[in-house]
Structure formats: C-alpha cells, structure tokens
Design a binder for this molecule. Structure first.
Ligand code: PMP
Ligand code: GLU
Length: 395
C-alpha cells in the first residue's frame, strides 16, 4: 500500500535507534534473555525534586494550553542556565521550548533549510539529523572522521566541505555516538574557518553537556563572532533522566526563535504544561545535583573501555562524554562466524543480537559503516555480562 502514502514518508528511513530498541523489547517479550545496549537513555529515575515540581504543577492546575514558545518563567530560567553553564547571554525572546530536543531540531530544519541547501554533518552524527535535514529538502554532506582523530573534524576538513550551497553545520558535543567532546581550542579553530563564510549557521547540540568527563565544556556560541549564527540546542532528557517527559529547548537569534515558534504553533502548540513546570526545577538546579549519576557513567565508561580492549578485533577510543562506546569492528568484515558471513556493521550488530543476545546499533545509522554503537547507560553487572557474551560469540 506504500504507493498510497506520500513520497515523503516512503523516502524516510526508520530511526535505527528506536527500531533496534523495539526489536530488543519484542525479543524480550518472547522470553529471550536480551541485554539491550541499543537505546540511549539513562537507567536512573528522574530526581525527586523534579517529580515534586510536576506533582505541584498538577495540583496548581497547570492544565491549559501553554504559550507556544514556552512559559515565560521557564524561558527566564533557561536564560539563567545558559549564563551559568555556558556564559551565553540569551534573552527570553531567544528561547523556544519544544516537545523534546528532537522537535527543536526538526523546527530548525524546517525554518532554515530550502531544498538543495547543503548541511555539513561531521560523521559519525546523531542518527536523526540526516533524516530531519532530508525531510526539509536539505542535502546532508557527510564529513568522515575516524578513531585516529578521536572522531572530530579538523578545520581543513570543514573548509574542504564548504561550497556555495552550504547553509549550516550540525554537530553534537559530547557526541552521540562517539562520546567525543570538542574543547574550546578546537571550536575556536573551526570558528576561524566559519568566519570566512558568514552565511553559514551552526547547530550545536549540547544535550549531553552535563554527562561529560573531559572536565571542560565549551558552547560554540560563546566564541567571539559565533553567537549570532549559532542555534544552541539542549534539553532535560539525558542529564536529568527525563527522556519520557519530552522537553527540549533552543537559544537562537530572535528571528530564528520566532520562526520556530510559528512552525510549532501550526504543528504541536506549546510543550506539555506539567513537564515545563518540572523543567524549571531541573534547569534551576545546581548541576552538582547530577554528580552521582555522572560518576556512575564515568565508572561505566572506564569499565566498557577496558572490557572492549579485551575483545580481539574491537578498536575503540575512550569517550569523554555521553554514554556510548563506538568501536570499530571492521576487523570482522569478510569473516564467517558460526556459519554467518559478516559483511558489514549491520551484519555484525545483527550477529551480536542473535548469537550473544546483546542489542547494539549499527554505525551505518550514524554515518560510520565500520563501527557499532553500544549504550552503557545500564548497570555494571549487565555490562560485564554483555561483554562476556560478545567475547564468547566472537571467539
Ligand atoms: N540530540 C541528541 C544528540 C540525542 O542523542 C538525542 C536523544 N534522544 C536528542 C537530540 C533528542 O532528545 P529528546 O529526547 O529531548 O528529543
Ligand atoms: N537519542 C537516543 C539514542 O540515540 C534515543 C533514541 C532516539 O531518540 O532516537 O539512542
């Protein structure tokens, strides 16, 4: 029946992170002992002080439509957060609150990209960027990186990727899926290239900002000359273990913020009232409240980096942030394991699912066909068991 559906949806790929998570859930429901390292979501509960704020919002009857761009006091709290954590001077008119950072990104694509505009994506990139850009008629221009450069692009690579059609560059730091974090010097060097191309806008996706072991964090908008051409994307899903609450936000030049509000006003209206009230508590909190969770991720990072090293043929960097390991598994391409020929990362990931009962995501979905992504947002015991199974399946 696909011919009845629009070309738009027929040309859209399914989100591979969500598809793998769904497959893992389905196999679990059939009684299979699957360990899912597929979906990127914290295995912690939302902190109590945030839940309390939500309960109070219900009792206080926050039950009506919200302003399309978000409650004013939430936007003011987000401005204080941007100043406190990122030294960015946004005003409420620069802020738009949305139903998850995913909607923030979708809005940006819809309001900024015309058909044929090129958008530079340092690869690996987060899976949905590609399709969100395509849906707006944009042309994703992948710039490959590798473990050798810690999966970061160089200024020379950026320069070489720019054409007269380049409209934007989108990246995440800490990066999903590589865990790499761009430091101020690296971003300053990239900004120097962009200085020569004043019409290019930047999307800086900082949703993993607080899950960062590098010790420093830099928003590209804080680099001289970048503020007026950067859209800073953030949200509460990852840092505050609020993936299901669906709140993301942007800080952007006012004309872009206005355009996103116009877009959202025709599609979803303002984000959920209770979740917005709860988000005020989250963004107002001292990031020190996240210390225990970040420490747990840090310990798991060390654990998975060590466990991965013990598996022959797996080559991984030590991620500095987020909660993913992105090992290169190309050593196995062309080899036959237990009668299965492994041609690529898709085959490798499916092999791990069927032979090790461990769900991962193919790197192909993130623009790197040599790697797979493992989310280590799960307990140390399960991580140890998962790597034991992977090692056995590959031996
Ligand atoms: N950006 C990145 C890099 C992500 O990993 C995610 C994960 N979901 C999102 C954006 C979307 O976040 P949200 O859940 O707030 O839509
Ligand atoms: N961002 C998470 C991931 O990459 C959640 C899944 C999704 O939103 O695609 O796994």
């Amino acid at each position: 029946m696909n011919h009845i559906l629009s070309d738009r949806i027929n040309e859209l790929s399914t989100s591979q992170t969500l598809a793998m998570a769904a497959l893992a859930r389905e196999l679990k429901a059939q009684g299979k002992d699957i360990i899912s390292l597929s979906l990127g979501e914290p295995d912690f509960n939302t902190p109590d002080f945030i839940k309390e704020a939500a309960k109070k919002a219900i009792d206080d009857n926050y039950s009506t439509y919200t302003p399309v761009d978000g409650y004013l006091d939430l936007k003011q709290a987000i401005c204080r957060k941007f100043k406190r954590d990122n030294n960015l001077d946004y005003q409420p008119a620069n802020i738009v609150v949305s139903t998850g950072a995913k909607q923030s990104l979708y809005n940006i694509a819809q309001v900024m990209i015309n058909p044929g505009d090129e958008v530079i994506l340092p690869a690996p990139f987060w899976v949905s960027y590609y399709e969100i850009i395509k849906m707006a008629g944009g042309i994703p221009v992948e710039v490959p990186t590798s473990i050798e450069t810690d999966f970061k692009i160089t200024p020379a690579q950026l320069e070489a990727a720019i054409t007269p059609s380049t409209k934007m560059i989108w990246y995440s730091s800490p990066c999903n899926p590589s865990g790499s974090v761009y430091n101020r010097a690296e971003l300053t060097a990239l900004a120097a290239v962009l200085e020569k191309h004043p019409n290019i806008f930047v999307v800086s996706d900082e949703i993993y900002e607080h899950i960062n072991f590098a010790g420093t964090f830099c928003s590209i908008a804080s680099i001289p000359g970048m503020f007026d051409r950067t859209i800073t994307v953030n949200g509460v899903a990852k840092a505050f273990a609020m993936t299901g609450w669906r709140i993301g936000y942007i800080g952007a030049p006012e004309f872009i913020a206005k355009a996103c509000t116009k877009m959202q006003g025709q599609v979803t209206s303002g984000a959920n009232s209770i979740a917005q009230r709860a988000t005020i508590a989250a963004v107002e909190a001292d990031p020190a409240v996240l210390k225990d969770m970040v420490k747990a991720f840090y310990n798991r990072r060390d654990l998975v980096a060590k466990l991965a090293q013990e598996i022959p043929g797996l080559k991984a960097n030590v991620p500095e942030g987020a909660f993913y390991l992105f090992p290169d598994v190309s050593y196995y391409f062309g080899k036959t394991l237990r009668g299965t020929l492994i041609n690529n990362a898709d085959d490798f990931s499916m092999y791990l699912l069927s032979e090790a009962n461990v769900a991962t995501v193919t790197g192909d979905a993130f623009g790197n066909p040599n790697c797979i992504r493992l989310s280590y947002a799960t307990s140390e015991d399960l991580l140890i068991e998962a790597f034991k199974r992977i090692k056995e399946a590959l031996s």
